[in-house]
Design a protein around this ligand. Structure first.
Ligand SMILES: [Mg+2]
Length: 249
């Protein structure tokens, strides 16, 4: 991949609506989903940015909203579970019931994790995931099991960083961003979305359609993003620099 993408300009506090992936974008990936470290400075920065943007900041994550709230994100707008649920800063909520068949899939995933060392099962309110970062030799079998269950129940299979997840078909981060962009205080503003994973491409495509731009986090690859930052620490610096250096409004 030879294409070069420049770093984004600082946040425009009067015009931008900021959408932020969480894992691998704001915090470093961890071997276990509950192993991420969420620093006090990041929490304070996100809340300050949301205030400066008059509420036009939303986390857009594969994690569920309750988990992110537990990381100090309560009070922020959040699209959780890959877009299957969202909540705005004023408390407005859109939630979807757990899809039928998910209990069966959860049981099969849990059984697989119990019998394959190093594979972790993650139960989610609206989905289920297997993590094989600690035992990549089981990755192919994890993916095959997910594909079988998806076919049986009509789920969407989401492949991530050494993990595979089942969730309801028809929702993704792009759909969630589009839905949030229709509502106050986001409507009429330019969406900027930062993300690292293949699951974030739907978000990059959506913000481009809505007149905004995507920012790829990490090494260069084929992407719908038009800007790039190399890693989590550069994202944190960009957020912090925007907050300190942005024009007064
Ligand atoms: Mg991510």
């Amino acid at each position: 991949m030879t294409q070069h993408l420049p770093p984004p300009a600082p946040i425009d506090f009067s015009g931008d609506a900021l959408f932020l992936d969480f894992d691998g974008t704001l915090v470093e990936l961890a071997d276990r989903p509950d192993g991420v470290i969420v620093g006090e400075r990041l929490i304070a920065t996100l809340h300050a940015l949301s205030d400066r943007l008059n509420g036009r900041l939303a986390l857009v994550s594969g994690r569920d909203i309750a988990t992110l709230d537990g990381f100090g994100m309560a009070g922020l707008a959040i699209a959780g579970s890959h877009g299957a649920e969202w909540r705005l800063a004023d408390g407005t909520v859109s939630e979807t019931a757990r899809p039928p068949g998910m209990d069966d899939a959860r049981g099969r995933f849990e059984q697989f994790a119990d019998t394959h060392g190093g594979v972790l099962f993650e139960d989610k309110p609206l989905g289920a995931a297997l993590h094989y970062r600690m035992s990549p030799e089981w990755g192919q079998e994890c993916r095959a099991l997910a594909e079988n269950l998806a076919q049986a129940h009509g789920f969407h299979v989401q492949h991530g960083h050494e993990m595979v997840e089942l969730r309801r078909a028809g929702v993704d981060k792009g759909v969630a961003i589009a839905d949030i962009l229709k509502r106050a205080p986001f409507a009429g503003h330019r969406p900027v979305f930062l993300g690292d994973d293949v699951t974030d491409e739907a978000g990059f495509e959506q913000v481009a359609r809505s007149g905004g731009h995507g920012v790829l986090i990490g090494t260069m690859r084929a992407t719908a993003a038009t800007f790039r930052l190399p890693d989590v620490s550069s994202v944190n610096e960009w957020l912090h620099h925007s907050l300190k250096g942005g024009p007064e409004d």
